[in-house]
Write a protein that binds this ligand. Sequence first.
Ligand code: BG6
Ligand code: MG
Length: 213
Amino acid sequence: MRYRAVIFDLDGVVCYTDEYHYLAWKALADKLGVPFDRAFNDRLRGVSRRESLRLILERYAGPALAEAQQAALAEEKNALYRRYLHQMTSADLPAEVKSTLDALRARGLKLAIGSSSKNAPLILERVGLGDFFDAVADGSCITRSKPDPEVFLKAAAMLGERPRDCLVVEDAVSGAKAGHTGGFAVACVGAAARAGAGDHNFRSVTDLVEILE
Ligand code: BG6
Ligand code: MG
């Protein structure tokens, strides 16, 4: 087996919370009169909350917003987003993700999360994965979000593994860049796979099982 560990992005890879990010940012953008569609939303994948807001405000035609106003907007989006998260249950863990995680664990691979989100612990708990991973590196333990590799390097260090022995799984182009910059091999699904950003570009996480035999 080539890899010793797999580090998963969370939103859009382990569960479809990326859709809730989209809905919450879209509601905020509509309120601000900022054009916001799914293609633009793809640029926010993997990017921190404040950096996402900065990208949205680049399209804002109104007067410059003070730091406190920007913080309030980021908080407003997060409150809306967390309302979706609190409605999640273990039924929101896709069956193919659960079976893939179980298959990889049965092969003796260490499994971790590397996510820019500060809501990662809440999401993992809601979908029944609160105690599943060997390490969780998230938005509260980093100073730079993807495309900086910090979160993946933290996850690898928590696992006691070298980047070259870990495979990163991502749905964001920014996350694929983070993985490559950190010296990891990267498997992509979703938007990043469609952009051809990974060393492997898959239709489904279940395809991981084949390359991790
Ligand atoms: C990433 C998402 O996982 O986390 C981004 O892809 C999001 O869209 C980022 O902005 C930060 O998440 P949160 O939950 O801390 O606002
Ligand atoms: Mg993601």
